[in-house]
Design a protein around this ligand. Sequence first.
Ligand code: ATP
Ligand code: MG
Length: 285
Amino acid sequence: MASILSQHLRRIVGSVDRPANLAKGYRNARIVSVCARKGGVGKTTTAVNLAAGFAMRGRSVLLVDVDAQGHCTTALAAELRGMASGSLSEVLLGRRRDVQEIAVRTTVPNLHLTVGDKALSEAEGVMAGKIGKEFLLRKCLKVARTHYDLIVIDCPPTLGNLTINALMASEWLLVPCDMSVLALEGVDDIFETVETLSDTLSHDLGILGVLRTRYDSRNKAVNECVEPALQTRYGRTLLDTRIPVNTRLAQAQAAGKPVGRFDDSCRGAVAYEALLDEVSGRLGW
Ligand SMILES: Nc1ncnc2c1ncn2[C@@H]1O[C@H](COP(=O)(O)OP(=O)(O)OP(=O)(O)O)[C@@H](O)[C@H]1O
Ligand SMILES: [Mg+2]
């Protein structure tokens, strides 16, 4: 009787707490963090269009939003399908086992995402008191990474513990940089952090590239000041693709769609397609 009861209880608890399928898949995702120290440089726009772009090219992709602002969800609002069965902060704080449990399907073929989670700000403080606080996200991606070809992580504009967790979970780093001196300083800060992670935690991140965003070729004076600095400081890591200032990108975000499904011929969409080609080359795809 006791064993029947406990089996029954396990089934009930299981149905509440455990997802239908936490079995491992057969893939081994590349994990890319999109990260910059400066706000508003196009991190989310890049993360969303990179993830959706590769998904539309047939790769299985998970977009993980570690920014409490939850802008990835806003940017894909028209594409969401289904409800999240939990939040990323629950996963990071050990109340759920794996990010795979909270991945939500979208109407973009092959694209899943974790929905925005305002509780992440609070969770960040709690995470700071945990043993292995830098490795929490990496641990929680163990199952998820076996289900995707690519995991893209959209980071907040701060270098707090959530960003450190994103970097420690990633093999690759993509750094959007708008054409301003302040953004340049932000790139330096990120690269210093990458060096610290290598020295202190032996984590060697591959630099996928520094991406020039919000590029306005008419803004000659600023470009002539920032371009040479970018070339000198970041040399080969500087991507050839430049994302132009293009209001269609902002409009796609407001419409809750990746730009490729909003207006695939606008200059922003064409530039993100070029970025996919360049990133594919660097990932060896
Ligand atoms: N290339 C672009 N041309 C025009 N508007 C853009 C471009 N890239 C981004 N934007 C717009 O600029 C705003 C900020 O972009 P985004 O949210 O991608 O930046 P972010 O770096 O993620 O910001 P945060 O630091 O707040 O997370 C958004 O309204 C977005 O639509
Ligand atoms: Mg953002």
